[in-house]
Design a protein around this ligand. Structure first.
Ligand SMILES: [Cu+2]
Length: 316
């Protein structure tokens, strides 16, 4: 297995950026941020990773290993636009997408007018357009807004932006171990946070969608059978057994760890950080990374319309 990071089919690196920037120190802090929207997990040992036929070996999903996790609190859903707006209002923080002046938007969501104002397609995945002016408050670029999406996950946030939010909120990004432990919801070595079946039978006996991913032919036709072709509100679909929403699909979620693919996950290379969970663009035919064990990495200043985050807190 190689230490070299693999490019995820659906997660472009935001290159070239102008230059790496220093994240300003966040002076204000959230007003006594509490744990009302967090779930306390008792920790213990669990089997992390996967070795099944479905895995991407080069991503370093395996080997399956027993890992110990200390108790921690985790947000029951991804950080929403409303919550991120409160952070921006309190701190005046400017996200990296704003400072760089652009961000990646899935090409089918870009208006005709904005298609004239792009930095072109990503060299790694040609369904990503670098749209001028795209940022968290304008997810598809100029002319778009989040007024009707306040309960959707914030997107176009870099790992660095997520760190700044965490600093303000008195929280942290989860480690990959914490994230995967939480996603598995107490189940042992199942593919998804709810079990092994992608669309298990619901109460009416019909297959039920449990996450927001791609249906149809990627990347040209998303039939939206799960109800969504872009982000969904953070509490759409049933939570897992731990009470956590959308650990699979909707948006990728940043984790704290550097992205390494060797069996011990050791690296001194901080050029990429782990992301987990997959997004509304993931499809079994192409990416299949909406599984608990799936993982990839991206550069800490990369921003896209399908990457967000949730936070943890370690004190009791
Ligand atoms: Cu994917």
């Amino acid at each position: 297995m190689t230490e070299e990071a693999q490019t995820c089919c659906c997660l472009p690196e935001s290159q070239p950026r102008l230059s790496s920037t220093t994240i300003p120190l966040i002076m204000a802090s959230a007003p006594a941020e509490d744990t009302r929207s967090m779930v306390h997990l008792t920790g213990g040992t669990f089997l992390m990773g996967s070795e099944g036929p479905e895995i991407w070996k080069a991503d370093g999903e395996g080997p399956i290993r027993e890992v110990e996790v200390a108790p921690f609190w985790i947000d029951d859903c991804a950080v929403t636009n409303a919550r991120f707006a409160a952070f921006i209002e309190a701190t005046g923080y400017e996200t990296e997408a704003e400072r760089f002046g652009w961000s990646y938007v899935f090409y089918k969501h870009v208006s005709a007018a904005n298609k004239d104002k792009t930095r072109g397609y990503s060299g790694e995945a040609n369904w990503w357009l670098g749209v001028e002016g795209a940022m968290w408050r304008r997810p598809e670029g100029p002319g778009s807004d989040i007024k009707k999406r306040l309960d959707h996950p914030v997107v176009h946030v870099s790992w660095n932006d997520a760190q700044a939010f965490c600093q303000w909120a008195g929280k942290q990004l989860p480690t990959e171990t914490q994230w995967e432990y939480a996603a598995r919801g107490g189940l042992v070595q199942q593919l998804y946070p709810w079990g092994n079946e992608l669309t298990p039978k619901g109460k009416n006996g019909k297959p039920e969608h449990r996450c927001n991913i791609w249906q149809g032919k990627f990347p040209t036709l998303d039939t939206g059978q799960d109800g969504w072709t872009n982000t969904a509100p953070v509490k759409t679909f049933k939570p897992n057994a731990f009470g956590l929403y959308q650990m699979s699909g909707n948006t990728w979620e940043w984790c704290a760890d550097p992205f390494a693919t060797n069996p011990t996950r050791t690296t001194t290379n901080l050029s990429r950080r782990v992301v987990k969970g997959g997004s509304f663009l993931c499809h079994v035919s192409y990416c299949n990374r909406y599984r608990c064990a799936a993982r990839t990495g991206n550069t800490p200043d990369s921003t896209t319309s399908h990457t967000g985050f949730r936070c943890i807190r370690t004190e009791a």
